[in-house]
Structure formats: C-alpha cells, structure tokens
Design a protein around this ligand. Structure first.
Ligand code: IMP
Length: 458
C-alpha cells in the first residue's frame, strides 16, 4: 500500500543520483547508468524522447534503448518515464516488444507518467518539413539554418506542450472520446500549418488518428501512472532513485548552444520539472564525458577535427549515431565546455568514457581556453551558437600513449601519459574523475581507480 499523501518530509541526506552528459550527447551514458543501476532501485528518465539512444552491452548482448531507461535490463528495478519526457507510443511499444522477445521482463516494472506529452505522427512530419524548409531556404543565404534534428518530432511535440491547446498527453490516450475531441481541433490547425510548410495536401484525419492512438493507449494502460506520487512514494519508502539524462547539457534548450540544441532541459536542471522531485533530493551528480568530443547535427564545435585524425577517432570510437546512424563529428576534448556543463549540472564526479580510443596517438590536446575574434582570451563557455562560431580553441598539448589500456587493472597501471591526461582534466574542471571506461564491456571500467569486476558480477 502506498504511503498517505499528507505532509511529507524529504530525506535531507540525499541518496539519489543523477547521470548527465556533459557534452553534446552520445557520451556513453547507457553503460554508466547500467553500472550504477545495481546501487539504485528506480531508474528515471526526465527529458527528451526517442531522439536519445543508449547502448548497453551485457556480455555478448547489445541493447539499443531510446525511450525506456536501461535499468529495464534488471528485473528487480523499477523504471519510470517522467512527465518531462515526450513519448512516441509507437516507438515505445516497439521497444517493449523487442525487449520481451529477447526475454526481458517489461511489466509493472515500467511506469509512464500520465502527464508525459505524446509525439504524434504530425510532429515528425513537421520536424522533417521544417528542417527541409530551413535547409532549402537558407542554403544560399547565411549558411544552412536547419538544426540537423533527429526528425523524431521532438521540437514540435515540446512546442505543442508550451502551446497547451495543441498538446496530447499520455493520460489522454486512455480516454478515446476526449482524445478524439481534442484531435478534431488540433488536426484542423495542424493541417493548415503543414500546408504552409508545403508538405501536405490531404487533411489530417482526426478519427483515424484517435482510433490508432487510443489503441496504443490501451496497450500502454498497465504502465501509465501518476509518476510524481510514485517517485515520492518510492523515496518515502527509502528507495534510491537514479535519474538518467537523455541528450546532454550542451544541447539543453536554455543552457546549450542555442539554437543548435534539443527542445528540453537535458542538464540536471530538467530533473525537478521533468519528474516532480526537488533538486535538493539529489546528492550525487555524475557527469559523463568522452575522452574527446563529438557532435551530431549542425552547430558550432570549436575543437572539431575535420581531417584524417577526426576520421580516425570516428572509426576507432565507432562514432555513428545509435538513433539515426549519422556519422558523428569528432574533435579534441573541450574542457571549457565540460567545465561549464559540470558547473551548470552541479557535477560531483565525472565518468570519462571511450578512453581506450585515444591509444596510439603521438600527442593529445586539451582545449583550455578560447580566443575571441577581438584577440582576447576567455576560459568561459559561450552558450550561443552565433557567438561560439567565432572562437578559436587554445590547446595544451600533452604526450600521447601507444599502449592498449582496455585491460588495465587499475588507474595506477595506466601509462604515465594517460594518467597525466586524466589528472589534467580533473585539475581544469575541478571535479574528480570517479569512473574511467576503457571499453564497451561492464568489466572494462575503472571505478574509483579499480577495475569494476565485482560490480560486473553483482
Ligand atoms: P532533436 O532533439 O531531434 O530536435 O535534435 C536537435 C539536435 O540535438 C540535433 O543536432 C541532434 O543531432 C541533437 N541530438 C538530440 N538528441 C541527441 C542525442 O541523444 N545525442 C546526440 N545528439 C542529439
């Protein structure tokens, strides 16, 4: 039975953890979430949608998850899709089916907020149409202004959330009549908007959409819940929450490289709004950072290596999108950016991933400051795409290392140059590196300097 919902006290000694990407996404958060899941009871998504892609390797099995928290791979954990997420029901049901076919239990262990907003097919159409429009209209003017979105309908779905009268929430899918009545209004307006973008002539059919999405609602019904009370009940019962950030801090709608960002608060600042759990409940924030930088889609990237070296990192790091398969842009580690993200997210520790990818380079570079167009220097990040375009990275060059580090038993056994690289990152960012990932396997991980063999078998 759940606890009474009278006055509640939050545990001030917060035992809850957040995991968040400190760059432009694809930092390998899935593996770290998977690693920390053992110490937590409830894994919570608070932002984004099917634009995210988390890959988790468990032995020989590789799982690519987009909407469902990777904690689902543990039968004794609960997973929550919070109200801040935008849910594509079709994709979610496909993900559930695929997991079940592979023997993973997906039942009441998956809770979905009734207030999460729904990504509808017209959101995806609108996303793609706007991208095409911006690409075509602006290609010959001031560069291509398309964002390079995943075309998963994320921006239009969040835009409808803000517009209120145009939005459908997961709870609405459970009431077919109400859903149909809303869609009748929405489809009229949306058809006109799509026509203005020049993509559609046949009007959207509200009855057909309502029937289809009510059916999705019926399939999702056993999972739909008031996730805010579910999370507070869990906390009151002493259960530990792990918040799994999707996308990453530099893509945050408020704090990222606007307008080349996604449409949610992907930094830890999105947690309170996206789950109903107050920020002070989170005691530990593990920021995930690759040993280098990558970015998918358009937008400024000061340390980008648009050359053979960048290509080499791409191949060694298998830097191709989990969600769209697009090749990722690669570059040196930008510590100006990482220090900013760590500050905004309140990172208490860092997990450095894909560290093995840097083996075999004669030298490695760390960006520690930017040179501005007027010749002055700054160690402050500029979360504005237009102004960030103009900066030039200032690097520190360190010796590289040739050894394969994947099986290193502890941090002290890493080559000296590799240890220096990690130590310099800690010094510049001012946050300790708690985890170093040396390969895709759970065991290829150093936690607090030691190999995570015990965790892997826990
Ligand atoms: P959207 O989220 O599909 O609207 O895309 C906006 C921008 O964020 C594009 O540049 C995407 O490539 C980027 N993006 C969104 N989600 C992720 C992610 O999980 N990893 C990396 N980039 C992402």
């Amino acid at each position: 039975m759940s606890a009474p919902h009278g006055r509640r006290t939050q545990t001030p000694t917060a035992s809850h953890t957040a995991i968040v990407g400190l760059q432009w996404g694809d930092e390998g958060k899935g593996k770290i979430v998977d690693l920390l899941t053992a110490e937590h009871d409830v894994i919570v998504r608070y932002n984004g949608g099917a634009n995210a892609g988390h890959t988790v390797q468990v032995g020989a099995e590789r799982y690519a998850l987009h909407l469902i928290p990777s904690g689902i791979l543990y039968p004794d954990k609960a997973c929550v899709i919070g109200n801040g997420v935008v849910v594509d029901p079709e994709k979610l049901l496909q993900e559930i089916d695929t997991l079940r076919q592979r023997g993973i239990q997906v039942g009441t262990n998956l809770r979905i907020s009734d207030r999460a907003h729904v990504v509808m097919p017209y959101h995806k159409e609108q996303d793609a149409a706007l991208e095409e429009y911006l690409g075509a209209k602006t290609a010959n003017a001031r560069g291509n202004l398309s964002i390079g979105t995943t075309r998963r309908g994320i921006g239009p779905a969040y835009a409808d959330k803000v517009r209120r009268s145009m939005a459908i929430r997961v709870g609405d899918l459970l009431d077919a009549d109400y859903l149909r009545s809303r869609l009748h209004v929405i489809c009229t307006l949306r058809t006109a908007e799509l026509e203005a973008l020049g993509v559609r002539t046949a009007p959207l059919d509200p009855d057909a959409l309502a029937a289809r999405y009510a059916e999705f609602g019926e399939r999702l019904r056993p999972h739909v819940d008031d996730s805010v009370y579910a999370l507070h009940d869990a906390m009151a019962a002493g259960r530990r929450l792990l918040f799994e950030g999707a996308n990453a801090s530099l893509l945050d709608i408020d704090h990222g490289t606007f307008p080349y960002v996604t449409s949610s608060n992907c930094s830890t600042l999105g947690i309170p709004a996206g789950t109903g759990v107050p920020g002070h409940a989170i005691g530990r924030v593990l920021g995930i950072m690759k040993a280098y930088s990558t970015r998918v889609g358009a937008g400024p990237f000061p340390t980008e290596l648009d050359n053979e070296l960048g290509q080499r990192i791409r191949e060694r790091g298998r830097e191709y999108g989990t969600t769209t398969g697009r090749p990722r842009r690669c570059g040196w580690l930008d510590l100006v950016a990482v220090r900013y993200s760590a500050m905004v997210c309140g990172a208490t520790g860092i997990a450095c991933t894909l560290f093995d990818v840097l083996s075999g380079l004669d030298e490695v570079k760390l960006c520690v400051r930017y040179r501005l167009p007027d010749g002055s220097e700054t160690d402050r990040f500029i979360p504005d795409a237009h102004r960030l375009e103009g900066v030039e990275p200032i690097y520190e060059t360190l010796p590289g290392w040739s050894e394969d580090v994947r099986e290193a038993p502890d941090r002290d056994s890493l080559p000296e140059a590799a240890r220096r690289y990690l130590a310099r990152i800690e010094q510049v960012v001012g946050v300790p590196i708690e985890v170093v990932s040396l390969g895709p396997e759970r065991t290829q991980t150093l936690v607090d300097g030691r190999r995570a063999a015990a965790l892997a078998t826990a």
